[in-house]
Design a protein around this ligand. Structure first.
Ligand SMILES: [Zn+2]
Ligand SMILES: [Zn+2]
Length: 59
């Protein structure tokens, strides 16, 4: 279960778009290398700050 960062409601399953407010889901990551929190409108494969690979910390 994911909480929509815009309307604060729960989004079930693997939906890309919030059914409550219609915004495209924002994904939040914390980089394991530089420890910065990063928000993105889609799947990030690499940290934009330090280029660390995020694929090994998904799920
Ligand atoms: Zn929403
Ligand atoms: Zn980083």
């Amino acid at each position: 279960m994911v909480i929509c960062p815009y309307c604060q409601k729960e989004i079930a399953g693997e939906l890309d778009t919030c059914p409550h407010c219609g915004v495209t889901m924002i994904y939040f990551y914390q980089c394991h290398r530089c420890h910065q929190e990063i928000a993105a409108t889609g799947i990030l494969k690499f940290c934009p700050l330090c280029d660390a690979n995020f694929s090994d910390q998904m799920n």
